[in-house]
Design a protein around this ligand. Structure first.
Ligand code: F6R
Length: 611
């Protein structure tokens, strides 16, 4: 949420910042701005997309090789030119960009106003600017010292970058609760909310931790805590490369990521699923397996799509490994005084590894001395670093705001985990061999779904693109997939959609069914199939229009449904990995046909770093 970029080096800073903001735009896109130092600070900012800022800059010469930039997702103050970042102090001595929320901003603002200070914007960020300005006091102390002291006065979260009009060789950045990394180049350095703006220039990075601040000059950098303790930080090598963060010929990141799933799933299973040797390895949890197997209860906490993956995980772990699982919305978890004790373990799932609510759940569990494990995609992310151990998805960067390939990779990791927990306990060697074969066959089956279903789904999208409501129904392992299908549609096409367990329909939602209600059923030929067909009958009897996703050819569904999408069969517990794909495509095509901005849906942003 909000993207920050900073640069100090020898290149034209405005170019680096603008390109960086374009790569970070998935984190927020209601306004954007840059501040570049060239003797004085040139601040340019604009309501709208980064493209609008780029147009503004076409007619201005912005020289200088030091600067900061920001793309905003509004929290305090509506999107406008004035509320856009960077924010400079009243006399233009320094400028600052901020991601996060200053929670005590109202009290601080009141105090600052009483002192005679005037505010230009409605943002919480401007409070921080005035605090720094007051402490800096025209140069009474150094800017870095003023920043450090000001940060001690604010409550809340921040990732900030600051440049001075008086020092052409100084870039300051700090974080607490909002991610920030330093890219280390040759005589040049980069700041980014994530790796996207940096990978083009360097793969050497330093991950800043909460409460840390970095002072960067062209000759080097120094990291301190905001309590002024000098730190010796390790430099890490990034896994991502440039190609992975570009669209690669696709119209949208979301489509690219949907289409990438066969490969992302192969990567997720590489070195882990080995059917030839009948082995399954989850290196990141290897030392935790005994504790997990002995767990009295596994509590899964996550948000959004990752929560849906967690629900599939509940079904997987309970049915394969017979260990009780509870799935919690991370955003509710810590506010309801959760009962956690001896024998409980917490498992959090997060693509970005930065979601504030999920991070809060990690901290809550750690405070209660319960082991916490993570399933994350972004290597080195805060959740990945703060959990006791975990498993990476290896799905590659996910940039489309609507999560797709992360979901299938999360379910794959959960399936591997469930099998690993079941190994030698609740499933036999022979069953394990069979299941590993089935897992290894999934990427090719996803490939087949993408090849055969895309065209028919476009036709279905054409028919239903103007619907106002959709219902998604599934049972067992495919109930969470129904929720996920509905979420995808809501997010990017703004059509209201509900996901339900198919049999729950008769307890209420059936009242909604009429000829204007498209109902998507997941009707795989598994243990729930006959019951699901009865539910389809109930919808058809009320003139609902049914689209079915199935693996059967028995003709029964063709008689009942308006459209039948056929996908390959697999083990019941693996079916979410296939059934979700047509639903991703359906939401994508409907959104495109409705003229929606698929990669930048309104009001949303990737990586929700505020609570
Ligand atoms: C939906 C979506 C969100 C995220 C949620 C959690 O398409 O992207 O619902 O799944 O914000 O994000 P992570 O997984 O990064 O913690």
């Amino acid at each position: 949420m909000c993207g920050i970029v900073g640069y100090i080096g020898h290149r034209p800073a405005a170019d680096v910042l603008l390109r960086g903001l374009q790569r970070l735009e998935y984190r927020g896109y209601d306004s954007a701005g840059i501040a570049v130092m060239n003797g004085t600070l040139a601040v340019h900012k604009k309501k709208g997309k980064v493209q609008d800022l780029a147009h503004l800059l076409e007619n201005v010469q912005v020289d200088g090789s030091l600067g900061i930039g920001h793309t905003r997702w509004a929290t305090h103050g509506f999107p406008s030119d004035v509320n856009a970042h960077p924010h400079a102090n009243p006399s233009g001595d320094f400028a600052l960009v901020h991601n996060g929320i200053i929670e005590n901003y109202a009290a601080l603002r009141e105090k600052l106003v009483a002192e005679g200070r005037t505010f230009q914007s409605q943002t919480d960020t401007e409070v921080l600017v005035h605090l720094i300005d007051r402490l800096w006091d025209g140069g009474a102390i150094s800017l870095e010292e003023a920043v450090r002291q000001a940060l001690q006065l604010v409550v809340g979260t921040y990732g900030i970058a600051v440049v001075s009009a008086h020092d052409p060789d100084l870039l300051i950045a700090a974080r607490k609760g909002s991610p920030l990394i330093l890219g280390v180049g040759e005589g040049e350095y980069f700041i980014g909310s994530d790796a996207a703006p940096l990978v083009e220039y360097t793969r050497q990075v330093v991950f800043l931790n909460d409460g840390e601040m970095v002072v960067v000059r062209r000759s080097g950098y120094e990291v301190r805590t905001i309590d002024n303790v000098v730190l010796n930080k390790e430099v890490h090598e990034l896994e991502w490369d440039l190609e992975q963060i570009e669209k690669g010929g696709y119209e949208h990141f979301m489509l690219k990521e949907i289409m990438e799933q066969p490969v992302s799933l192969e990567n997720c299973m590489r070195g882990r699923v080995q059917p030839a040797e009948n082995t399954l390895k989850l290196g990141g949890l290897i030392h935790e397996m005994d504790r997990l197997r002995a767990a009295r209860r596994i509590v899964i906490a996550a948000c959004g799509t990752s929560w849906h993956a967690g629900l599939v995980g509940e079904y997987l772990i309970e049915s394969l490994a017979r260990i009780p699982v509870e799935v919690e919305y991370a955003s509710e978890f810590r506010y309801r005084n959760p009962i956690l004790g001896e024998g409980d373990v917490v498992l959090v799932i997060s693509q970005s590894g930065e979601t504030a609510d999920t991070l809060a759940a990690v901290r809550e569990a750690k405070q209660r001395k319960v082991p916490v494990y993570g399933i994350c995609n972004v290597v080195g992310s805060t959740i990945a670093r703060e959990t006791d151990a975990g498993v990476y998805l290896h799905a590659g960067p996910e940039i489309g705001v609507a999560s797709t390939k992360a979901f299938t990779a999360q379910v794959t990791v959960l399936a591997m985990l469930a099998l690993k927990l079941a190994e030698g306990r609740t499933i036999s060697q022979a069953e394990m061999a069979h299941y590993l074969q089935a897992l290894a066959a999934i990427p090719d089956k996803v490939r087949a779904v993408l090849e055969t279903c895309d065209q028919p789904i476009r036709q279905i999208a054409q028919v239903y693109r103007y619907a106002s409501n959709f219902l998604y129904l599934g049972r067992g392992y495919n109930f969470p997939v129904a929720l996920e299908g509905a979420l995808k549609l809501k997010e990017i096409s703004y059509i209201h959609a509900e996901g339900y367990p198919a049999a729950e329909m008769k307890h209420g939602p059936i009242a909604l069914i009429d000829q204007f209600m498209p109902v998507v059923f997941i009707a795989m030929k598994d243990s729930t199939y006959d019951k699901v067909v009865s539910n389809i009958e109930e919808v058809v009897a009320r003139k609902g229009s049914v689209i079915a996703i199935t693996d059967t050819d028995n003709g029964e569904l063709d008689k009942l449904c308006e459209y039948v999408i056929r996908i390959p069969a697999t083990e019941e517990f693996l079916s979410p990995l296939l059934t979700v794909v047509p639903l991703q495509l359906l939401s994508y095509h409907i959104a495109v046909m409705r003229g929606c901005n698929v990669d930048q849906p309104r009001n949303l942003a990737k990586s929700v770093t505020v609570e």
